[in-house]
Ligand binder design. Sequence first.
Ligand SMILES: Nc1nc2c(c(=O)[nH]1)N[C@H]1C(S)=C(S)[C@@H](COP(=O)(O)OP(=O)(O)OC[C@H]3O[C@@H](n4cnc5c(=O)[nH]c(N)nc54)[C@H](O)[C@@H]3O)O[C@H]1N2
Ligand SMILES: Nc1nc2c(c(=O)[nH]1)N[C@H]1C(S)=C(S)[C@@H](COP(=O)(O)OP(=O)(O)OC[C@H]3O[C@@H](n4cnc5c(=O)[nH]c(N)nc54)[C@H](O)[C@@H]3O)O[C@H]1N2
Ligand SMILES: [Mo]
Length: 771
Amino acid sequence: MSYKKYSGSAGGWGALKATTQHLFKSENVAKNISNLLRTNQDHGFDCPGCAWGEKGVPGRFRFCENGAKAVNWEATSRRVGREFFAQYSVDWLNKQTDYFLEYQGRLNEPMSYNPDTDHYEPICWEDAYEMVASYLNLLEDPNQAEFYTSGRASNEAAFVYQLFVRRFGTNNFPDCSNMCHEATSYALGKSIGIGKGTVTIDDFEHADAIFLFGQNPGTNHPRMLETLSDAYRRGAKVVAFNNLKERGLERFTNPQHSLEMISNSSTPTTSHYFMPKLGGDMAVVRGIVKVLLGYHQAAVQRGESVFDLAFIEQHTEGLSAYLEQVEATSWSAITQQSGLTQDEIIQAADIYLHAEKRIVTWAMGITQHKHSVAIIEELVNLQLLFGQIGKPGAGLCPVRGHSNVQGDRTVGINDHPPQALLNNIEKVFGFRPPQAHGHNVHHALQAMARGDSKVFIGLGGNLVAAAPDTARVAEAMRQCELTVHIATKLNRSHVNPGKASLILPCLGRTDIDMQASGEQRVTVEDSFSMVHASSGRVDMSEESIRSEVAIVVGIAKATLGEHNPVDWQSLADNYDRIRDLIEQTIPGFDNFNQRLDIPGGFYLGNSARELNWKTASGKAMIAANELPEHILSFDPQRMTDKPVFMLQTMRSHDQYNTTVYGYDDRYRGIRGERQVIFLNPKDIELLGLKPEERVDVETIWTDDVQRKIYNFKVVPYQIPQGNVAAYFPEANALIPLDSKGDWSDTPTSKMVAVMLVPTQSEPLLVNDRHS
Ligand SMILES: Nc1nc2c(c(=O)[nH]1)N[C@H]1C(S)=C(S)[C@@H](COP(=O)(O)OP(=O)(O)OC[C@H]3O[C@@H](n4cnc5c(=O)[nH]c(N)nc54)[C@H](O)[C@@H]3O)O[C@H]1N2
Ligand SMILES: Nc1nc2c(c(=O)[nH]1)N[C@H]1C(S)=C(S)[C@@H](COP(=O)(O)OP(=O)(O)OC[C@H]3O[C@@H](n4cnc5c(=O)[nH]c(N)nc54)[C@H](O)[C@@H]3O)O[C@H]1N2
Ligand SMILES: [Mo]
């Protein structure tokens, strides 16, 4: 491994070089180049990378480096079938790295686990469906099964899945958003009456200031960099709050912009960069409001106002309780928790004040804390004080992760379904769906660990690696009577099988989906509530692979019967019929099939943007939360005996969640390794360590379980003292299952208290990852 500071800008030739390397690695070069040309085009497929939106400009070539990796990874010519599983036992496979498992290629026939031999063996599709049905129908209670969804599933697959599961009799819908933007959905639902962002991509062209909290677009939403540098170029202020100095947030060379590429020049993506402590963003925003409140009070003396009093009066509730909280919050609490100085906060407040149209964006640096809901409510408060919702160029923009995670929730993947959804299902399908709330990821894992839940079905994803407390979760999975994985590639969850286990290989976004009525399209919803069609290009007809819809229909038919409550097969034969049912059940999808051809898709609408507040009070709620007490101020200098650090777990540039594409993290200067831990140079010195030395990292938590990872290389980095960072999934072993967000139940992946000790043991063997 080596690391050195990355001196280039984000994007640019570095990105182009890496894209090309990944094309060659997929062993499918020509096909993949033509695939790339079709990404996010009308009549192409939706990029399986991220949920950032596109302006509907037909004919423009849009791709980004990490979208290219996602496409190439899926469209590989390598295959994992019966010979592979005959060769390797599950025990052996479970000792391999995540990279090794996925790199083997696309799963291409259904497999069933044989516990006697510890190998997966081929099974035919119909037998697999019957097997799932027999386990499900043997359960005493439908609530003993867990139905997981990962956010790549299309609207069509997700809708059919939730219909099957609700007819079967449960709302147990753990899904990836429980580990992702759940706090956003909860907080926005409570404060503005809808759990989604209020802006569209066009708003970014009109904003005067864009405030970004806790996200790393250079890696995770690269197409957003173009939006940010465009905004910067026309004079908007782009203000980043990030715990780390992220290269992709500083400068960007647009690969689509030939002059910048040729001259090797770049545009800054941010005008100001602040580095708060982990979890300190609520204090940052509280501080900004405190400054602005001061200005407002002074203005009132002059008979003027700084806040948008008309908006507040007409549209909100809760102002005075909140302002009392702001007054009561001391500057010392604000600076201590935020890690920023009062001057820095005044600077940020002044930028906010001097803009007229402001957008606030956020991602995992905000949502994966204990007090995430309160942080998001604080962001909303700021925007409400200035009437920044329902106005062009302004609003709230949670930047979603998986390309259809937002759509899956829209069409019913929800463990706490709104009553209106349940009523509509009853009306359209003539049965009364279960009314009680079901399990989210946290509850599902606990129920599996207790042995209460006995069947796990995963529509995509990799829960064992994505969830916290890896050892405990793997054990919970192994305890199940049956685990079923509908997946494109082999992963950690498959090699931690239940007593019986099935792998059911499915088509991905890039593949042609041929059904009885011909080639099918699916639809997805991006972060801006735009719904658009996607159709793949790769011919998979030679393989024994089925579409997600066909697989769910197969399971539903076997479990419930051919016509209960719909003619299942007709849905798999023609997805237009599924869209007709979505149209009847879910608001906003009128003329769904007719609108598939609209270039760039159609807008689902957003009630808050229309200043229609679907909250209990009928108004937008200004929440009055206290700053969280649990954020102890970790000052390692005062704890020289056994310093405690706060750890965040994040993505490298070469991964997609649990999918590891490679071992470089270019913008952070890391090459050839993932077992690294980023520390402030002063903390390295304080611990008596040297850069590149190895440490073991151990969690401090309230139970007596040892959670420890070994042999992590110390890397000096621009990060506040007392905070450290490492990659997930490797660091997931450190996060206790019970360390979760208030109200959201999201694992606190950005806040784990840890201690570091020099590695005592011999370096562990790292499995051969390039075989
Ligand atoms: N290439 C690629 N694209 C992806 C993904 C991927 O894995 N790879 N994953 C997709 C998914 S599902 C998601 S949810 C998104 C995730 O997108 P991000 O949210 O950008 O993902 P993370 O890597 O978790 O990065 C979190 C960022 O927040 C910062 N941060 C952490 N804690 C704090 C904090 O307390 N305060 C502040 N201010 N900053 C903090 C970190 O330094 C880091 O820059 O990306 C999606 N897109
Ligand atoms: N410590 C820590 N943990 C985290 C996070 C973190 O920041 N830190 N982030 C969390 C977040 S934001 C998220 S969203 C979750 C992600 O959790 P998941 O969504 O469960 O995980 P992924 O890694 O996205 O899933 C990858 C697998 O999905 C399958 N797959 C890929 N494409 C398709 C497809 O088209 N259809 C089907 N059926 N299967 C497909 C492949 O088999 C692949 O192995 O992880 C969470 N975990
Ligand atoms: Mo996510």
